[in-house]
Design a protein around this ligand. Sequence first.
Ligand code: SAH
Length: 235
Amino acid sequence: MNLILLHADDFLNPTQVRLYGRRREHVLNIHRAAVGDDLRVGLIDGLLGHGRIFCLTDQILEMEVLLDQQPPKPLPVTLLLALPRPKMLRRIIQSVSSLGVKKIHLINSYRVDKSFWSSSLLRPEKLQEQLLLGLEQSCDTILPEIHLQPRFKPFVEDDLPGISAATTAYVAHPGTGVDFPSRLKRPTTLAIGPEGGFIPYEVEKLQNCGFIPISLGERILRVETAVPVLLSRLI
Ligand code: SAH
């Protein structure tokens, strides 16, 4: 946790916050902070700044905060990610959040196991937990939005044209022959497949929607590796 993220209801008054539980314990045990120390803080969906600890007990942490800096610029990417298995989902969502992506669609694909869609991790509060961990890691405050798209065809046919409009759209698909460009820095929509890859029908449907198939070279990467490698080309 490189940033202590504050919620609106942490505020005792406009400049003072009181924290309990995980964040207090982290400050105490990892930062090893004490009264008088300064910590980086940020308000969810708001500004970044500093907090000076004025009270630290076994129950509570209180800080005087000053929020006066803008959070980092979002990555101009909309990510379509075939729903990963629950064990991986947690980490992938954290790393996507820490890389600055603000729009995420978890999509279905033929090779996504149906049972993944009933994972309790897909509950909004569980997803939010992982998104917040990513923001705390990367010192950002803007909470990404995640949309669940459990039906591939209607999503691609009805919603995707609007979502990818005015962006350059790519589908990452090993062996397509076209290398993924670097340093794009322009609005992009990027589709990443499941562990088993997209099936040809899905790549075709995405191509019909304007997506360009791209490759990262001969090596086939695990999804959790492919995601940061692909996103790092867009930074
Ligand atoms: N089993 C599949 C690979 C799936 S890898 C196959 O053999 O084709 C999981 C996802 O990560 C892919 O759908 C793709 O979106 C991305 N990916 C992994 N390695 C890649 C590479 N070398 N080029 C482009 N995308 C890649």
